[in-house]
Design a protein around this ligand. Structure first.
Ligand code: CP
Ligand code: NVA
Length: 303
């Protein structure tokens, strides 16, 4: 049966750890003659309905390094962007390529694509979830943070958005503790929290950053207005006042806490320049790890 990766919960805990272990191996092998090319002769489509820098770069380079051809489609230049049904796009895509990465708005569009494609579908970000980012984030925690991943205490400060949801789902698969501080009206989807708790996740949603930060070994945040929410920015700046991750916030976390951010970041809004550009920040390793984790994911899904 074709496997897809629409959410981190599409992996068992054992599969997740195997992919993260393989990501580290591929990182060590990068640029050497021993680096494998398990997708040699194959092609992978990458379809964007929203902007991207990291996702496009990391998938294109990673697919090339696995020996396959990346084919990037910007939706507005395609028939998909002119209204061709997603079902027909799915049926056509699997006649040409061996997998597809899809960045879209509604998560239902990813589910429709997966339901009608016989090739693996990878979520490259939806309004609901950004699971490929979490693979990189968890790899970075394993590399940088002491204790190990399942013992990490993660504090999310900010919007209950697609990244917050992905941390919640990941807590249920990886076993780390997660506390999310979100302003009233911007809390994560209750169904996602409940489903994660049903799978055994330790997840708390609180209203003040200091409640989440106490003892955290990882502090993370994201923009206050995601792609598609630009018109809400003024209202959101009011609502998120006090939710900046600055030196005072990091001072409440564990002494050896690291700072993560999926990027792009807005210095002076969700994070201060002193934190994102400071010694606790691991955001550039995190961005690099997109490449290694997605290669391990595609090797597992497609080859
Ligand atoms: N973090 C991330 O997905 O970045 P891009 O939007 O640049 O792809
Ligand atoms: N929450 C952000 C993540 C960008 C990588 C967005 O959806 O725009």
């Amino acid at each position: 049966m074709t496997r897809h990766f629409l959410t981190v919960a599409d992996l068992s805990s054992e599969e997740l750890i195997a992919i993260l272990d393989r990501s580290s191996e591929l990182k060590a092998l990068r640029g050497t003659s021993a680096h494998p090319q398990p997708l040699r002769g194959k092609s992978i489509a990458i379809v964007f309905e929203k902007a991207s820098t990291r996702t496009r770069l990391s998938f294109e380079v990673g697919i090339h390094e696995l020996g396959a051809l990346p084919v990037t489609l910007i939706s507005k230049d395609t028939q998909l962007g002119r209204g061709e049904p997603i079902e027909d796009t799915a049926r056509m895509l699997d006649r040409y390529v061996h997998g597809v990465v899809y960045r879209t708005f509604g998560h239902d569009r990813l589910e429709t694509l997966a339901a009608h494609a016989s090739i693996p579908v990878v979520n490259g970000l939806s309004d609901k979830l950004h699971p490929v980012q979490l693979l990189a984030d968890m790899m970075t925690i394993r590399e940088c943070a002491d204790p190990p991943l399942e013992k990490a205490r993660v504090a999310w400060i900010g919007d209950g958005n697609n990244m917050a949801h992905s941390w919640i789902v990941s807590a249920s698969v990886a076993g780390f503790d997660l506390a999310l501080a979100c302003p009233s009206g911007y809390q994560p989807d209750e169904g996602i929290v409940a489903a994660a708790r049903d799978r055994g996740a330790s997840v708390r949603v609180v209203s003040r950053p200091e409640e989440a930060l106490e003892g955290a070994t990882v502090v993370t945040t994201d923009v206050w207005a995601s792609m598609g929410q630009e018109a809400e920015m003024a209202a959101r700046q009011d609502a998120f006042s006090g939710f900046i991750v600055d030196d005072a916030a990091m001072g409440r976390a564990s002494d050896d806490a690291i700072f993560l951010h999926c990027l792009p970041a807005h210095r002076g809004e969700e994070v201060s320049a002193s934190v994102i550009d400071g010694p606790k920040s691991r955001v550039w390793d995190e961005a690099e790890n997109r490449l290694h984790t997605q290669k391990a994911l595609l090797e597992w899904l497609v080859s």
